[in-house]
Design a protein around this ligand. Structure first.
Ligand SMILES: NC(=O)c1ccc[n+]([C@@H]2O[C@H](COP(=O)([O-])OP(=O)(O)OC[C@H]3O[C@@H](n4cnc5c(N)ncnc54)[C@H](OP(=O)(O)O)[C@@H]3O)[C@@H](O)[C@H]2O)c1
Length: 264
């Protein structure tokens, strides 16, 4: 049963048990939101509840976002707990990478289920209860803007997310509901740990990024919170790359440009 709306705004975040989603939860809690946090693992969700208990009420749902009934149940949890839903952050994602010729149907369907169908269903359920002033933020990737070697189905779903977001923006903007994408570059989380552990990857990322540090989960969380806040209130249907300039330049460090090519 929907309860009387609480005073604080409410955000529903998928994939809030780790990495970028965990940071988004912390940023929204600091920004005065109550939270509905969805992910499969209950233990990290319980830790999130405890660590934010002084500043936010956090309701959790340990569930697979790809299950067809999870989005409806999660929005129901928000309405029963808080009586309102002001922001949806579709963040849960699978980081499975392979070129097309190595991607079988099982892998293709898994990534589509988690990173495209689930955000679609969550958005559909959220839009049914959201009031003017609410917004949806989808966590895409720079690999939805440009091709990534071995990107395969990952690039396809992240590009699809941009199309879905633009459709929401045009359809529901007149109702005062906005939708945007954040497109992070490679951020250090469990998903990308193997990349970051490789010296060659670190060097290449540095040489391709016209900025003097790596992106952090807080960089992403701050941008998501900004887009959801009143300060982002005229931003609708956009994709905001959070990559230090990586996707919009052909930057190579002077060291890289001047390096001798090692003969094969
Ligand atoms: N890290 C990067 O460099 C980077 C760059 C661009 C975009 N992104 C995007 O950012 C988002 C978050 O990635 P991350 O780097 O923070 O990864 P992460 O540290 O591996 O966290 C992924 C989160 O998604 C949840 N999740 C995964 N599959 C799920 C499922 N089927 N049902 C429910 N929850 C699920 C995980 O929770 P459980 O395991 O508890 O279910 C976890 O909370 C993803 O959409 C990713 O594509 C990441």
């Amino acid at each position: 049963m929907t309860r009387h709306a609480t005073d604080k705004p409410v955000v529903l975040i998928t994939g809030a048990s780790a990495g970028i989603g965990d940071a988004i939860a912390r940023r929204f809690a600091a920004g005065g939101f109550n939270i509905v946090a969805v992910a499969r693992r209950p233990q990290p969700l319980a830790r999130l509840v405890e660590s934010l208990s002084a500043i936010a009420e956090v309701k959790t749902m340990a569930a697979d976002v790809a299950a067809a009934d999870t989005p409806q149940r999660a929005v129901q949890l928000a309405m029963e707990s808080f009586g309102r839903l002001d922001c949806l952050v579709n963040n849960a994602g699978s980081g499975r990478w392979a070129p097309l010729h190595e991607t079988d149907d099982a892998m293709m369907n898994e990534v589509i289920d988690i990173s495209l169908k689930a955000p679609f269903r969550f958005s559909r359920e959220a839009l049914a209860v959201m009031k003017p002033g609410s917004s949806i933020i989808n966590v895409g990737s720079v690999y939805g803007l440009v091709g990534g070697l071995n990107g395969g189905i990952y690039c396809a779903v992240k590009a699809g997310m941009i199309g879905m977001t633009q459709a929401i923006a045009v359809q529901y903007g007149a109702n005062g509901i906005r939708a945007n994408v954040v497109a992070p570059g490679v951020i250090k989380t469990d998903m990308t740990k193997d990349f970051w552990d490789t010296a060659g990857f670190q060097r290449t990322n540095h040489e391709m990024t016209p900025f003097n540090r790596e992106g952090t989960v807080e960089d992403v969380a701050n941008a998501v919170h900004f887009l959801a806040s009143g300060e982002g209130s005229y931003i609708n249907g956009q994709t905001l790359a959070l990559d230090g300039g990586w996707s919009t330049t052909k930057f190579l460090s002077m060291d890289a440009l001047l390096a001798e090519r090692v003969p094969a």
